[in-house]
Design a binder for this molecule. Structure first.
Ligand SMILES: C[S@@+](CC[C@H](N)C(=O)[O-])C[C@H]1O[C@@H](n2cnc3c(N)ncnc32)[C@H](O)[C@@H]1O
Length: 267
């Protein structure tokens, strides 16, 4: 099929299903152009080596190796950061099975995790079985409070509380990332709070341009100076004290190896 035939076929499909326009609006091509126009062609954040942030040896006791969760390095990052902060108060957007929060609950004093309610999830046409899996790992944990709501209209100010470590891992579409970033920085941070975004990267070597655009548009220019990609992870981090970082040319020649021991048990 040549380009003209593809164009005619594409327009025919678009005519039949106008919603397909979202594929173009969500495409990497669109968001790359957006970053070029609105953010001086910033296509990746400076990379901070993860070894500055995680403990030399870090263990995860609750990891499912199933879909929709975070990488082991993402969770080890959160766990190590919360361990370094005395009496850490952790807030998370996006509970899903409760995998990130249950791991952090071992090192933080208290954890709050916000997710769409079961009714919200069902209203999106998602199966009841999926809705019921939310919080399955974390719901019995004493120091984890489960909150329900949609970040687009949730009243964060009613919490009346600031948090030391915040993980933004809800909906990863641009509008939500921007909204969640603005709300977190308006209501939940104090001057030393650390904020981590999940899915800044599609894999540790590939930026998600839509998520990067959402982070940048949700954050003041001044705060953008303390934004980094954490190497070997899918995370971006706002680290107010600053981190050593460099611009990385992908693909990477590996200079570091992690040791991974896999053990499993039935639950
Ligand atoms: C990627 S999962 C979170 C994974 C979890 N943090 C982990 O690492 O195990 C995203 C979760 O965000 C929730 N979510 C999506 N949009 C949301 C919104 N607008 N407000 C609150 N929660 C949302 C989804 O229901 C889903 O459970």
């Amino acid at each position: 099929m040549n380009k003209i035939q593809k164009l005619i076929k594409g327009l025919g499909l678009l005519f039949k299903k106008p919603r397909l326009i979202n594929l173009i609006m969500d495409s990497e091509f669109h968001w790359k152009k957006y970053l070029k126009k609105h953010h001086n062609n910033l296509l990746q954040l400076p990379t901070a080596d993860i070894s500055q942030l995680i403990e030399n040896s870090s263990e995860l006791n609750h990891y499912t190796f199933l879909g929709g969760g975070s990488l082991p390095t993402d969770i080890a990052l959160l766990k190590s950061l919360s361990k370094k902060i005395s009496n850490c108060s952790y807030f998370e957007i996006g509970t899903w099975r409760g995998e990130s929060v249950i791991n952090v609950s071992e090192t933080a004093k208290e954890c709050f995790t916000l997710n769409l309610s079961k009714d919200d999830i069902l209203a999106e046409g998602l199966p009841e079985k999926y809705a019921d899996l939310h919080g399955i790992l974390s719901k019995e944990r004493d120091n984890v409070t489960h909150l329900f709501g949609n970040t687009l209209n949730y009243d964060f100010s009613a919490l009346g509380k600031k948090f030391d470590l915040i993980f933004i891992d809800g909906n990863h579409k641009y509008e939500f990332v921007k909204n969640d970033t603005e709300k977190v920085f308006s209501h939940l941070v104090h001057k030393d709070s650390i904020v981590v975004w999940h899915d800044y990267a599609a894999n540790p070597e590939k930026t998600r341009y839509d998520v990067l655009a959402g982070i940048l548009d949700g954050l003041s220019k001044e705060k953008q100076a303390n934004l980094y990609h954490v190497s070997n992870s899918l995370c971006a981090i706002y680290y107010p004290k600053g981190l050593e970082s460099k611009s990385i040319d992908f693909p990477i020649l590996p200079k570091k190896l992690f040791k991974v021991i896999i053990q499993s048990k039935e639950i």
